[in-house]
Design a protein around this ligand. Structure first.
Ligand SMILES: C[S@@+](CC[C@H](N)C(=O)[O-])C[C@H]1O[C@@H](n2cnc3c(N)ncnc32)[C@H](O)[C@@H]1O
Length: 309
């Protein structure tokens, strides 16, 4: 009689689907957790569509504890700027040093909305399980695209929806859902979000086959006590929840809009209220001619963010 070999948590991190990720030590992978997804699986899935070449400069935006950044350098020989807001760059440099990749992975503490990089510095940008925190803003892609060279790819992979929730929230998701989860979207939602700007030519917008199952596998390893999320995933069975991926290439001919950082400070003192005389004149002139804008004075408009087009 064959003895059944128990499946350990470490075995769950080995998968034929992710041969590169499977080589990493389970203790290292678990110690680098910074979110609810296995960042190596998502990075490996995303990079199959990116054609990364040794020496390329890559921005890993929202890298968390930088395991994806170390993986990218280790697997593809790219130089990675490991950039994150919540996680400490000083913690990440220790992980980077211990992985012996200090000459190719550079930890940066920065907000994705205020990045300290030169325009067109990067050959590629990746965001692993992070883009939904800031990228749903309609103006954000125009901001981010300036940092990648024309023709360079921007790829995102992370938790998302298999289809948008059009009506009320499905009953089986209610216990787990909080207001912030509304930032999760489907691949087709992201495609439209980017495509209509004309900034990116979309190359891929899809979902990971059985992504919900991978989400569940990972959760059982790193957060087995999170019964609420596990129950939601089990009840949903990939109906709504899973992993989505989007890759676009910056279109060379697309003109990026100028970013308005501030308006020139300029104050001209003017009376707050009309004078009594003026009000009387108004009464005497029912056509309100004195109310008209003086010739030659232009209406102040909200600045056009589409300037330059
Ligand atoms: C779910 S964690 C994923 C981290 C990592 N990529 C991974 O897969 O393990 C989301 C990450 O997004 C980052 N993030 C959220 N908002 C950000 C912002 N405005 N700028 C930069 N990073 C941000 C957080 O710091 C956090 O590390």
């Amino acid at each position: 009689m064959k003895r059944k070999i128990p499946v350990t948590a470490d075995d769950k991190l080995v998968s034929k689907r992710f041969p590169r990720s499977s080589r990493y030590h389970p203790e290292w992978v678990k110690a680098s957790v910074s979110g609810a997804a296995n960042s190596l699986w998502l990075t490996e899935w995303l990079t199959t569509e990116l054609d990364l070449q040794p020496g390329m400069r890559v921005l890993d935006l929202g890298c968390g504890r930088a395991s994806s950044s170390i993986f990218l350098h280790h697997e593809y020989g790219v130089q990675v700027w490991a950039t994150d807001l919540w996680c400490s760059a000083s913690e990440n440099i220790q992980r980077i040093r211990d992985a012996d990749v200090e000459d190719g992975v550079f930890p940066i503490h920065a907000d994705a909305r205020s990045l300290p990089f030169a325009a067109e510095f990067f050959d590629a940008i990746v965001c692993i399980d992070s883009f939904f925190y800031y990228g749903t803003d309609d103006l954000y892609l125009n901001y981010l695209a300036q940092f990648v060279k024309p023709g360079g790819p921007v790829g995102i992979a992370g938790a998302g929806l298999m289809r948008e929730i059009e009506g009320p929230l499905p009953e089986h998701l209610r216990e787990w859902w909080t207001n912030d989860v509304w930032c999760l979207h489907s691949a087709s939602w992201w495609r439209r979000h980017w495509e209509r700007t004309g900034i990116m030519a979309i190359e891929v917008a899809d979902t990971m086959p059985d992504g919900w199952q991978r989400w569940l596998d990972w959760h059982r390893v790193i957060a087995p006590d999170n019964e609420v999320e596990i129950r939601a995933l089990e009840a949903d069975r990939g109906n709504y929840l899973g992993y989505v991926r989007l890759v676009g290439r910056r279109q060379g001919q697309a003109q990026l809009s100028d970013l308005i950082v501030s308006l020139p400070a300029q104050y001209t003192r003017k009376p707050l209220l009309r004078s009594k005389d003026h009000q009387q004149t108004d009464k005497a002139d029912p056509n309100g001619s004195s109310n008209r804008r003086p010739a030659g004075r232009r209406a102040v408009r909200t600045p056009r963010t589409g300037g330059g087009r």
